[in-house]
Design a protein around this ligand. Structure first.
Ligand SMILES: Nc1ncnc2c1ncn2[C@@H]1O[C@H](COP(=O)(O)OP(=O)(O)OP(=O)(O)O)[C@@H](O)[C@H]1O
Length: 325
């Protein structure tokens, strides 16, 4: 494995970071009888980074994480952690949270914590502080079967984060959590990263994109883009925002538009397409003589993380399909 040094901005200050691969997955394939879910997935995770693997529901994020954790074996490909260890050999240095797969519903939250504390060689007493910060402490003596989805996620997170691991593999750690708790989880993850820990998490929530050092988008069983969030945002095609009383969105940008609240957002092929969209919106308004339409505004806008997610999970696919046909 090679080591490179890079400088990146964090909280306004430059920091030197030694980038050393801590996990290398090569050409990973995995299926379940009716075709492959993972179709040759490659990913390198660097020591000390927080990497978010993103993709829509059912794309294979959890299956991939299970392969990295050693809970399931890839059919094809290799996974190497900590300079030559298999996922199973690396388990003592890794802490894993797999969605809904760890908690025993017949035990209380506290008994679950004790059970996992006895299992992992690097378990610590940090669960007390983590459970407090996640506001789970008052529920620790209830049977886990009574937990809501969010409470179960808090318990799974408390179990995973109370291990003093080198690498944390967290499957959708913010799913089902309210916004305040998501912020607490993000704060915790930042603290772990500042302490030199490496974190790989999966998510389909744009909210989890902005905390990442790098985002890896999964589509069709492969990674289609892996880069720091700002780089991915900078590389997006121009984003158009259409507000007001406008004709159906399909009329002007086809598969490249998304309704968001009271506005429509879309991706232009180039900034010069803006005028064409404006004209199309105006023309469609003129043709719609049956009713009086208020004015619509059509303007360029800065891309958001939701735009980023839409682009890599839907638009790029549609564009590739139309370009390939
Ligand atoms: N044990 C299994 N047996 C059969 N199919 C499975 C199994 N595990 C996963 N799959 C299938 O693999 C595909 C990917 O599932 P996976 O849970 O990895 O998706 P995901 O990207 O994590 O989705 P989500 O965001 O909804 O959690 C799905 O079609 C799922 O039905």
């Amino acid at each position: 494995m090679t080591t490179e040094t890079t400088t990146e901005a964090e909280n306004g200050t430059e920091r030197e970071q030694s980038r050393q691969p801590i996990l290398e997955a090569r050409d990973v394939e995995k299926g379940f009888g009716n075709g492959n879910v993972l179709e040759g997935l490659d990913l390198t995770v660097e020591a000390g980074e927080l990497l978010t693997v993103m993709g829509p529901n059912g794309v294979g994020k959890s299956v991939f994480l299970s392969c990295l954790a050693g809970s399931t074996d890839p059919a094809v490909g290799s996974i190497e952690l900590f300079d030559g260890r298999s996922p199973t050999e690396a388990q003592s240095m890794t802490s894993v949270m797999l969605q809904g797969r760890s908690i025993d519903p017949d035990l209380t939250g506290r008994e679950n914590l004790q059970f996992y504390g006895d299992l992992h060689p690097r378990a610590t007493e940090d669960w007390r502080e983590i459970a407090t910060r996640l506001e789970l402490e008052d529920d620790l003596d209830r049977p886990a079967r009574e937990y809501s989805g969010g409470m179960a996620r808090k318990l799974e997170l408390t179990i995973a984060l109370s291990v003093d691991a080198e690498l944390y593999l967290l499957d959708e750690p913010t799913a089902e959590l309210d916004l305040t708790t998501i912020q607490t989880v993000h704060d915790l993850l930042f603290e772990y990263r500042r302490a030199g820990k490496t974190i790989l998490l999966t998510s389909h929530a744009p909210l989890d994109a902005r905390i990442a050092d790098r985002i890896a988008f999964v589509r069709d069983g492969r990674l289609v883009a892996t880069a720091p969030p700002q780089t991915l945002l900078d590389d997006l095609p121009p984003v158009v925002r259409i507000r007001g009383d406008v004709p159906p969105e399909s009329a002007f940008l086809g598969a490249r538009v998304f309704q968001r609240g009271d506005e429509i957002r879309g991706f232009l092929r180039g900034a010069d397409e803006l005028e064409t969209v404006r004209e199309t919106v105006e023309r469609d308004r003129d043709h719609d003589r049956g009713r009086e339409r208020k004015r619509a505004t059509v303007e360029l806008d800065s891309p958001s993380y939701t735009d980023l997610f839409n682009y890599y999970t839907a638009v790029q696919t549609a564009r590739d399909d139309s370009e390939g046909s």
